[in-house]
Design a protein around this ligand. Structure first.
Ligand code: CO
Length: 188
């Protein structure tokens, strides 16, 4: 599937509010191909030359609903720093991911969140859980995995999983006080 800035569905489309359905395993060729196209989108999107040529907006994640397919699949690829200050690449092609536990502690990105399906600015803190554990099938490794995510990765995973429920990041911004201080939150 051709995935670019023009084909990605935007938040004025009611489909973005629909719940996505579980995916049958083993993956069909069609589902796997779509998930790989989504993964290649996020991978290519951070390369300025390819992004320009293919009309991609930089992204760290994309869910299938954003290309019009209401299935619980998401591709995630981001570079983070581990506790020893080493660069670490997190990359996943998630199928039916599920959060099985979350921390009480909250977290948010101080610059707010963005989304390939959202063109308008929505300023404010998007408050999420600081740590989550996700169980999922991963089509990159072709096995069931458990991800213990904290910080940025935890935020990105929660953002993508929200798409399965028809939720967008700005739904989670406090409308009365978008920059309300959150006690004990991890600020990223
Ligand atoms: Co999004």
């Amino acid at each position: 599937m051709l995935i670019n800035n023009d084909t990605i569905i935007k938040d004025d489309n009611p489909l973005m509010r629909e719940k996505s359905k579980s995916v049958k395993l083993p993956l069909s060729k069609e589902d796997r191909d779509l998930l790989m196209d989504m993964f290649n989108y996020v991978k290519d999107s951070i390369n300025p030359e390819i992004a320009e040529e293919k009309n991609l907006r930089p992204a760290v994640g994309i869910s299938a609903i954003q290309v019009g397919v209401p299935k619980r699949m998401a591709a995630v690829r981001l570079v983070d720093i581990d506790k020893n200050d080493n660069e670490i690449i997190h990359e996943y092609c998630l199928v039916n991911p599920k959060i099985i536990s979350s921390s009480v502690q909250k977290a948010y990105l101080k610059s707010g969140e963005g989304c390939l399906s959202v063109l308008d600015e929505h300023e404010g803190y998007v408050v999420r859980n600081a740590r989550i554990t996700v169980e999922s099938y991963d089509a990159l490794q072709d096995k069931f995995i458990k991800i213990r995510a904290r910080g940025y990765l935890a935020i990105v995973l929660q953002h993508e999983l929200d798409h399965f429920e028809g939720k967008l990041f700005y739904d989670r911004i406090n409308k009365e006080n978008p920059f309300e201080e959150i006690k004990n939150a991890l600020i990223i």
